[in-house]
Design a protein around this ligand. Sequence first.
Ligand code: ATP
Length: 484
Amino acid sequence: TESTLQKIISHAKEYGFVFPSSEIYDGLAAVYDYGQYGVELKNNLKALWWKAMTQLNENIVGVDAAIFMHPLTWKASGHVDGFSDPMIDNKDSKKRYRADVLIEDKAAEYEKAGDENRGQDLRNRLARLLEANDLEGVRNLILEEKIVCPVSGTANWTDVRQFNLMFSTQMGAVAEDADTIYLRPETAQGIFVNFLNVQKTGRMKIPFGIAQIGKAFRNEVVARQFIFRMREFEQMEMQFFVRPGTQQQWYEYWKETRRKWHEALGLPAAKLKWHVHEKLAFYADAAVDIEYEFPFGFKEIEGIHSRTNHDLSKHQEYSKKKQQYFDNDLDENGKPYGNYIPYVVETSVGADRLFLAVLSNAYTEDEGVDAEGNPKTRIFLKLHPAIAPVKAAIFPLMRKDGLPEKAKAILDDLRYDFNVIYEERDAIGKRYTRQDLIGTPFCIAVDYQTMEDDTVTIRYRDTTEQKRVHIRELRSIIGEEVSF
Ligand code: ATP
């Protein structure tokens, strides 16, 4: 529900995961900063993805392309002409809306009121109008449905216009030379334009993939749902280049592989589902989204797309540079497959959406009782230890008698392998609570017995169970759990 989302947003802010951007100036819509624990969690997600792609697949390598690209890139990719949303302005409030979203919200309203047919009918009409690019028809539908601006309450609308989602800026110091360039709206094109560079210098043989993690920018107009839809975000994309005719098999392979990866991260199978695209881009031959059940419903976290040779062909056309691969493997007639423009299967996941999915899934309210037997809710983040920002927190029971020194020695011994922290302030119960709130899987307490026999208590976040173990066992206990 929305209130669960609110709790997660507040938790993320209060415990140093996500802050609104430039908050002291009241923030910037749909732009967010990651705080001290958020950056650790996000880096862990990115590192695991990178490892799953590059380290675990000998035929996948990475690149880190620039955010700025030659403007023709975005002509070739279709973004200059086609990457837009239909917008409408309310003349009274001067507020701008996505026309399609206004209609979808209306359809959802009908459905919520039990009128499924009317809702579905409205969605179908909208889909037909968008397909025909009939913007006047979209406006008429808004008028017909008497949709009003949520701010002014009036139906005094402008025409519907297409609004490009790319941010543009000028390159060059002199205005006359200035050339409009764009902040990339996806990372994929940085991979396509480097296809031959990587193939040749890496002596890559098809099938092979190129992976990239990086920022992307979209001037999203419906900016709601926290970090689900941002104007500056991060993508983790992999383009897998294959021989024409084998794309279906690779599409199935990546579809399954990627879903399993999300499950391995701890996202429950029941909260993941496929959304197969029925309406495909004209060049695509299959597309599916992996959706996660967020507090606001099932929504896309990753897309897997079979894109044919569309992107490379377009780059060949615009750059006038051949984008071909010579395949010397033999076909069934014993002849080399020869030259062709490879087909591509893409996997594309948003780091921020994935972050929100794992955070939503981890947020746990456990109904328990306090020492006096009164009901008490324990809040903790049940994060997979591999992605938890802090792996272990080390506490001396008292701030005297050599306990702090002993605890710090353990810290120094573990800190090269794991992100561990030391905390001596406040009562021990309070220290445990703080670590629960940021999802630390282990707390290690040093007490008087430690001084005698080198044993400590280790407390497990999910169960609050405590065990006495020897200091020399810590590395393997933690190491075992945080491995992925
Ligand atoms: P949506 O339909 O939700 O706008 P999309 O289909 O446009 O998403 P893609 O272009 O396929 O998204 O981008 C691939 C991935 O990038 C998405 O699955 C999502 O995880 C992420 N992503 C896209 N747009 C945003 C955004 N504005 N904020 C955060 N993540 C995003």
